[in-house]
Design a protein around this ligand. Structure first.
Ligand code: PLP
Length: 393
């Protein structure tokens, strides 16, 4: 081949954080075959899909087996029944979203990565530490990414105070991965006001909204004016255990505009060109997850994970290890004890307790010295890990 490749790929780190973690665990396992390893690292769910969801998938599968009810290509933006179910989901916590502004996706990651197709060479602002997709998808497109630091002083919830009022693409994630920190209404309102004043656009990732246990906003659209300055990405991955089933949505309000171009119209055009929709069976499953019965079952699963989180949180409190998250999030973000570096602490836990977590440094420079544990394991695994850490730390 003699073609010029996208050299921007040279700017992203060659391997993905979780591949690095998996490699170290593989190497450790190979060297210590008798040791039982407990994984509190990767952010994947472990509980099966809810019964209501499974029933809907079976029924939809049967429809696909009958010529009278068979479906071919799905509408690019999603079936109306699901767009409406998503709007009802927002209404259930007091937020108004028009079904027509809802774009059904195969999960938040794809749309977070794809949405940047709509922009030219704009400045991008990303919190640090952060879910790596925001950074890498912009670097691949040749954009320069600036960071705003989350730290102990701001509770890992950076604010726009002090930023110059120039337009930028701003990523926010609440509840946050990796820190588990959650913006209050006032905290998010600061960002919305900043975006309106500066002509910026917020790309808001609400993938963990279902974990919120207090009155913190579950959507950026809970904030007045956000419909004029924000796009929201959400997913059933963590809400309903859809990490392998794949369904989410993106809200692109019709009221967003720069005066000439409409991001909603552009997104419609982009999706119609490059996306052929989410499978019918999956959209019916998603509709079922968002029904009252389905959501009650999903919330029971979330309660199970939160119980795990509470066990880990109790240990950290007992050991006086500073941390955020764990109440409105499946993630606990802790300061590595003894001033250790993130990878140093990773190796320490792996070798001394055979517990796997995620080094904070993998989420950005500001994550160095921190470590992420997740509540997505089984209760048994979590209990055993907590016992081992209790002895070790
Ligand atoms: N956004 C955040 C903050 C995440 O942590 C994840 C997955 O871990 C995603 C988006 C991706 O979710 P999905 O499975 O919907 O692609």
């Amino acid at each position: 081949m003699n073609l010029q490749l996208n050299e921007n790929f040279g700017k992203i780190k060659p391997s993905y954080l979780f591949s690095d973690v998996a490699k170290r665990v593989r190497e450790y396992s190979a060297a210590h075959p008798g040791k039982k390893i407990l994984r509190l690292g990767i952010g994947d769910v472990t509980l099966p899909l809810a019964p209501t969801v499974i029933r809907a998938m079976h029924a939809a599968t049967d429809e696909m087996a009958d010529a009278a009810t068979f479906r071919g290509y799905a509408p690019e933006y999603g079936y109306d029944f699901l767009r409406e179910a998503v709007a009802r989901h927002y209404a259930s916590f007091g937020v108004t979203v028009a079904p027509d502004d809802v774009f059904i996706s195969d999960g938040a990651k794809s749309d977070l990565g794809n949405f940047v197709d709509l922009f030219g060479d704009v400045p991008v602002l990303v919190p640090d530490p952060v879910y790596p997709v925001y950074v890498d998808s912009n670097l691949m497109a040749g954009r320069t990414v600036a960071f705003i630091e989350g730290n102990e002083e701001n509770g890992f919830l950076p604010s726009p105070a002090g930023l110059s009022k120039s337009p930028r693409l701003i990523y926010l994630c609440s509840p946050n991965n990796p820190t588990g920190a959650v913006y209050s209404k006032e905290g998010l309102a600061e960002w919305v006001n900043y975006a309106l004043e500066s002509g910026s656009l917020i790309l808001f990732d609400s993938a963990y909204e279902a974990f919120i246990s207090d009155d913190s906003p579950r959507s950026i659209y809970a904030i007045e004016g956000a419909e004029r300055c924000a796009v929201e990405f959400c997913s059933l991955s963590k809400t309903a255990g859809f990490t392998g089933t794949r369904c989410g949505w993106t809200v692109v309000p019709a009221s967003l505009s720069d005066g000439t171009l409409s991001p909603k119209k552009m997104w419609e055009r982009r999706q119609a060109t490059k996306f052929n929709g989410v499978p019918y069976v999956v959209q019916r499953a998603a509709e079922a997850a968002l029904s009252d019965e389905g959501m009650a079952e999903c919330m029971a699963n979330i309660a199970y994970y939160k119980r795990n989180a509470a066990l880990i949180a109790a240990l950290l409190e007992k050991k006086k290890i500073p941390f955020t998250g764990g109440t409105s999030s499946p993630y606990l973000w802790l300061k590595c004890p003894g001033g250790r570096g993130s990878w140093e602490f990773f190796d320490y836990l792996l070798s001394e307790a055979q517990v796997v977590g995620t080094p904070g440094a993998g989420f950005g420079a500001a994550g160095e010295g921190y470590f992420r544990l997740t509540a997505f394991g089984s209760l048994e695994t979590t209990r055993e890990a907590v016992q081992r850490l209790d002895k070790l730390l």
